[in-house]
Design a protein around this ligand. Sequence first.
Ligand code: 6GU
Length: 227
Amino acid sequence: MRIDIITVLPELLEGFVRESILGRAQKKGLVEIHLHNLRDYATNKYRRVDDYPFGGFAGMVMQCEPIDRCISALKAERDYDEVIFTTPDGEQFNQPMANTLSLCENLIILCGHYKGIDYRIREHLITKEVSIGDYVLTGGELAAAVMTDAIVRIVPGVIGDEQSALSDSFQDNLLAAPVYTRPADYKGWTVPEILLSGHEAKIKEWELQQSFERTKALRPDLLKKKD
Ligand code: 6GU
């Protein structure tokens, strides 16, 4: 899978995409993440990519031309499954959306900034508008990072233990059960007895019961979504 991220702040995402699980996934050849500086596609000598809005509103608006040039250059090289725009008024990002997007071959994520982008880009080039929650960020970069992380980690082979991505919180609308490691007794804080029993079936049952109880207590809304 390949993800192309278009941004005015590539430095902000540089470390993120090269490190940790994303970095390893790329070294293993499972994913490619490319950052594109939108200013490289400006045609003026000041590398400006925004301008004042028509109508005399406050703030600045990202112009059509650099975005169109960048997306066109990418599309000339390969077909894209989606051209995503990160924006607070987009569809809410969630685990099912991450699952669907992780099956894509090529994705473009355009990071929103300033007051917004010229609406014609959204009408003509964007295929999916996504928000990561009901709050406003200064730019779409953190949203793009959140989405990229959630999408890439479930690409087969990215997480060593194939099981662990499937038993995550939200993967089946249940919160994950608590986990523990050695020592079994730390300062008198003990691990549930059942986990030390070696009884696999009973441990599975305990885990599921814990998941249900935690979901009922903390996120009852998720149980309504569950079939
Ligand atoms: Cl995708 N962008 C911005 N700027 N703010 C947000 C967001 C996106 N999702 C939630 N808040």
